[in-house]
Design a protein around this ligand. Structure first.
Ligand SMILES: CC(C)(COP(=O)(O)OP(=O)(O)OC[C@H]1O[C@@H](n2cnc3c(N)ncnc32)[C@H](O)[C@@H]1OP(=O)(O)O)[C@@H](O)C(=O)NCCC(=O)NCCS
Length: 156
């Protein structure tokens, strides 16, 4: 594979119900969303963006938009492409959207993350997210584990 910095990258709005995105969801997450939950993320209250590398979709974000809040519901990069800076590009795209000086100067960004998800937590902290709460038993277990997991709620 070519070095990440030499590849053409593009972040653009996407139809998240297209099959390639659910394939990324299932490859990236130990406990993926159901297909139905995934496909329901359409309409005016959602912002769905894809990252293309050499015209192939390799990651996405799903945000829910309510009043002056942006909630990052999902971010995933295909495992073959992780660790190359693509997750950071996707997160920066969300943060740029939420801080648009003309139309969204005061927007807050919220998210939830499994407390065991060290890489995602490190990514969020690197971009200024702070812990604001915890939700015990919020996430279903990732097999073969059988215990539900705590969510850390973060805000930026
Ligand atoms: C979380 C995720 C989106 C990060 O994407 P990525 O492309 O691998 O991340 P990047 O290469 O852009 O890394 C950006 C930062 O994230 C953190 N990070 C990424 N991978 C990490 C790892 N394995 N361990 C620790 N920190 C890590 C680091 O802070 C890194 O910055 P650095 O390289 O300067 O140290 C990706 O790992 C993923 O899709 N995971 C599965 C789905 C998921 O858990 N989503 C989050 C749900 S809340």
């Amino acid at each position: 594979m070519e070095p990440a910095e030499t590849l053409a990258k593009l972040i653009a709005p996407c139809d998240i119900s297209a099959p390639e995105f659910y394939l990324i969801e299932c490859a990236a997450h130990g406990a993926p969303w159901s297909r139905t939950s995934f496909n329901d993320c359409t309409g005016k209250y959602y912002r769905t963006q894809a990252l293309y590398v050499d015209q192939q979709p390799v990651g996405f974000t799903i945000c829910r938009l309510v009043a002056d809040e942006v909630t990052l519901m999902n971010i995933a990069v295909h495992p073959d492409y992780q660790g190359k800076g693509y997750g950071a590009l996707l997160l920066k795209d969300v943060l740029n959207y939420a801080s648009d000086k003309q139309s969204r100067p005061q927007y807050k960004v919220f998210l939830e993350v499994r407390e065991s998800n060290r890489s995602a937590i490190a990514l969020y902290r690197k971009y200024g997210f702070q812990d604001i709460g915890r939700r015990p038993g919020y996430y279903p277990p990732i097999p073969p584990a059988s215990k539900k997991e705590t969510a850390i709620v973060m805000r930026r």
